[in-house]
Design a binder for this molecule. Sequence first.
Ligand code: 13P
Length: 252
Amino acid sequence: MRKPIIAANWKMYKTISEGKDFITNFLPKVKDVYDKEIVIAMPYTLLFVAGEMLKGTNVKLSAENMYVEEKGAFTGEISPLMLKDVGCSYVILGHSERRKYFKETDDFVNQKMLVALKYGIIPIVCIGETLEEREQGKTLEVIGKQIKGSLSKLSTLDAEKIVIAYEPVWAIGTGKNATPQQAQEVHEFIRKKYAEIYGSIPSEKVRILYGGSIKPENFKEIMAQKDVDGGLVGGASLEVESFYKLVMYDKI
Ligand code: 13P
């Protein structure tokens, strides 16, 4: 049984006071939730204070990006050691916004993933096709290439540990989510490709999250798909009530 992960990606939203308010109101509501992992990825400026607030709770801290070196002359970058230091258990890597605006390649994402694991941080590695690629019928080909490029060189143990997020680019922030069937088709394909590389046990254990215009109204049906193990949520994670509803998707 794969434990579901409900992960927020706050992107470039929330000042310190806004982040603190969210956590103060959110924690008591989810304090008894242990059948899912709850993760919040937030801007660097919030990590320290949020890390202090989340210590000893059932909500885990995540960063949204990371550099590949532990320290050095890399102005403006943040290292895995620093993320560990501040209490991060997770880091999102290769989000489509980073691939698009900051030209991150599969190879660079792969390097980051391997480094994160060295520091005991679980990477949430994002893959997904653009609208153009989908319309040209290239979805599975693109996903296959991203899996090979971004998710290679793992040990068997690490292959079980990492988290994969399937985020169709055309569904991010557009209000146009993939249908549950579209999500299932790609998730099943990812698991199959993963099995070809790492074998059947890691592929049965690895958790594959869906992301892209998740809302309380559409999440339950997406979660009902056999190969969907959770969600990576942007917009709907910014308000306590809607993120809480997503965490409780199977109860309310
Ligand atoms: P939205 O939920 O706002 O579409 O964003 C999805 C996403 O990019 C999560 O990483």
